[in-house]
Structure formats: structure tokens, C-alpha cells
Design a protein around this ligand. Structure first.
Ligand SMILES: [Zn+2]
Ligand SMILES: [Zn+2]
Ligand SMILES: [Zn+2]
Length: 122
């Protein structure tokens, strides 16, 4: 009985871990679309997305939703930390993956800021 229950737990945990890792999120610059070992960007705060890494007392702000607002003329809520589960960019990436598509990126032809497009297509 105990063994059986443990197996269910392991399966569930494996599944959650898998899903989590499928959305690439950079712990260095906080952006979705690549991992930190491929990152050529300036390190950013995991709370306010500004270019600092020391302790932060700023309001939370999400660089991914900011990018989308800037590039795709969207109007997303940006007052959350970049690794928030309620981040609209993260949710989009997750649903794209579930549908079997590539994780969310900003296509180069949709942005007038090529430096952002290159970050997301790394
Ligand atoms: Zn990065
Ligand atoms: Zn900060
Ligand atoms: Zn966001």
C-alpha cells in the first residue's frame, strides 16, 4: 500500500518537473526563451527586472511582459516578478508548448527592436 502510493507521487513529481523545465527561463536576464548558460545579456534583478543583482526594494516588474508590450503593442500587466506563475508571457509559453508548438518568442518581423528579437530567438 505504501509502495503503491509512493509510485503515484513519483509519477506526479516527474510530470511537474518536466513541465516546469519545458518553458526555458533565464535566471540571469529573467527572459523566457533561453537558459542562463546561453545568456549574453546583462544580468537583471529577479524582482524588478532592472539591471542590478543586489538586494531589491523596487516594485515588482516583469521584463517579458514589458518586451511584449513594447514589441507587439500589447497592454499586459507588468507589475509582477518575472518568474511569477501568473505572468501572461509565461502562461502563453506554457500553452504553446502544450499545443505542441515552439515556446513563445517574439518573431523578428514583429518587433522594431531587433535586439529583443535576437534575445528571444537564441
Ligand atoms: Zn538571459
Ligand atoms: Zn530589483
Ligand atoms: Zn510577465
Amino acid at each position: 500500500m505504501i509502495q503503491k502510493r509512493r509510485r503515484v507521487c513519483i509519477q506526479l513529481c516527474n510530470c511537474l518537473v518536466k513541465e516546469y523545465h519545458r518553458v526555458k527561463r533565464c535566471f540571469r536576464c529573467q527572459r523566457i526563451g533561453h537558459l542562463q548558460f546561453r545568456c549574453k545579456e546583462t544580468p537583471r534583478c529577479s524582482r524588478c527586472s532592472e539591471e542590478h543583482v543586489n538586494e531589491c526594494s523596487n516594485e515588482p516588474k516583469c521584463i517579458n511582459c514589458e518586451d511584449r508590450n513594447a514589441c507587439l503593442a500589447e497592454n499586459l500587466e507588468t507589475s509582477h516578478v518575472p518568474n511569477s506563475g501568473k505572468c501572461a508571457s509565461y502562461i502563453t509559453a506554457l500553452s504553446l508548448i502544450k499545443e505542441g508548438n515552439d515556446p513563445w518568442i517574439i518573431p523578428a518581423h514583429l518587433t522594431n527592436r531587433p535586439e529583443i528579437a535576437s534575445i528571444h530567438t537564441e
